[in-house]
Design a protein around this ligand. Structure first.
Ligand SMILES: [Zn+2]
Ligand SMILES: [Zn+2]
Length: 67
């Protein structure tokens, strides 16, 4: 039997799209989402005093904007 390594399927928590292969994880809520719903936002890191690009899902991006 030839058992190929199947990539772990994941589901975007924003749009419920199923995906395989590389999954993207929000750096704020640590949920998995697709490339469409993950954007990189600049976030200030008080420890290093630098602005960093953080992958953040649409859910969290909207929450930040409203707040
Ligand atoms: Zn999505
Ligand atoms: Zn998030």
């Amino acid at each position: 039997m030839n058992h190929n390594e199947a990539p772990t399927p994941w589901i975007c928590h924003v749009c419920d799209t199923k995906g395989t292969g590389e999954s993207l994880v929000c750096s704020n809520c640590f949920k998995v989402c697709c490339a469409k719903h993950l954007k990189h936002v600049t976030s200030y890191n008080p420890e290093s005093g630098l602005y960093q690009l953080m992958p953040v899902c649409l859910d969290c991006a909207i929450r930040e904007t409203i707040r």
